[in-house]
Design a binder for this molecule. Structure first.
Ligand SMILES: Nc1ncnc2c1ncn2[C@@H]1O[C@H](COP(=O)(O)OP(=O)(O)OP(=O)(O)O)[C@@H](O)[C@H]1O
Ligand SMILES: Nc1ccn([C@@H]2O[C@H](COP(=O)(O)O)[C@@H](O)[C@H]2O)c(=O)n1
Length: 233
């Protein structure tokens, strides 16, 4: 491989809901000194703003108009990142289960995907970046130097999400949470535009019975190996 991009390689982490993408992206970024971009947060910000504006999830013209007037930015806040929509911090509000399901519906719409694709490519082009989402390795950066497809069984992903919600005092049951995870998978895999799927050249990782640390080690080794190949290229 010839010299990598200006700031390093692009790492794509795709996979279904609750597989551990956000957790691993942050940890891996810290290990590598890279920035990380949570593309799901961008779709969530569009969903939240569409809800507030009363735009139906199948109103393509309304969604296109909304995206034209929407600026999404990330502000580093220590280890975390705050998400701003037109300057307003929406980091907390976008995390509800309701917005998660609405996001899955609006992210299927072509104008939304087109608008965010442009933003995501601009954010990642210089490299030295880890992007996590559903279509990073297949659509956003099909030429990413390292691609992972992180998954786990729906039961395990639902269990992890349930524990997270319970810790926040949410009343959801385990069965409901698993059902929502499965519903979101179906919507994300079944949509016409940029569906969730593994890129052919992605390294699959099934984290069902792996700890976060074990997954992190596999990922870090794979990226470092690629960086060494790059130096030789
Ligand atoms: N290997 C693992 N073992 C145990 N728990 C894990 C593992 N990976 C992630 N988790 C936990 O599972 C929950 C979901 O992880 P995370 O939010 O990183 O998933 P995600 O893929 O980004 O989900 P989403 O796409 O819905 O945002 C978190 O509570 C996280 O701590
Ligand atoms: N590249 C992406 C990222 C996300 N989505 C959609 O957003 C929803 C929320 O994502 P989270 O990772 O924050 O849970 C997700 O269910 C997808 O519908 C996407 O389409 N493409």
């Amino acid at each position: 491989m010839s010299a990598v991009r200006e700031n390093g390689v692009i790492v794509a982490i795709d996979g279904p809901s609750g597989a551990g993408k956000s957790s691993l992206t942050k940890l891996l970024a810290r290990r590598l000194g890279y920035i990380h971009i949570d593309t799901g947060a961008m779709f969530r910000a569009v969903a939240l703003m569409s809800k507030r504006a009363g735009i139906a999830s199948d109103d393509d013209a309304g969604l296109a108009e909304l995206c034209r007037g929407l600026e999404i930015t990330f502000v580093r806040d220590g280890e975390n990142c705050r998400v701003l929509a037109n300057g307003e911090d929406v980091s907390r509000e976008i995390r509800s289960e309701e917005i998660g399901l609405l996001t899955s519906a609006i992210s299927a719409r072509k104008p939304v995907r087109e608008a965010l694709l442009i933003m995501q490519r601009a954010m990642g082009a210089k490299g030295g970046v880890i992007l996590e989402g559903r279509d990073i390795g297949t659509v956003v950066f099909p030429d990413a130097e390292v691609k992972f497809f992180l998954s786990a069984s729906a039961e395990e992903r639902g269990r992890r999400r349930y524990l997270e919600l319970a810790a926040r005092g949410d009343q959801a049951t385990l069965e409901e949470t698993i059902a929502k995870v499965i519903q979101r998978d179906r919507q994300d895999e079944g949509r016409e535009h940029a569906p969730l799927k593994q890129a052919e050249d992605a390294l699959p990782i099934d984290s069902t019975s792996l700890s976060i640390d074990q997954v992190l080690t596999v990922m870090e080794n794979a990226v470092r190996e690629r960086l060494v190949q790059g130096d030789k290229g």
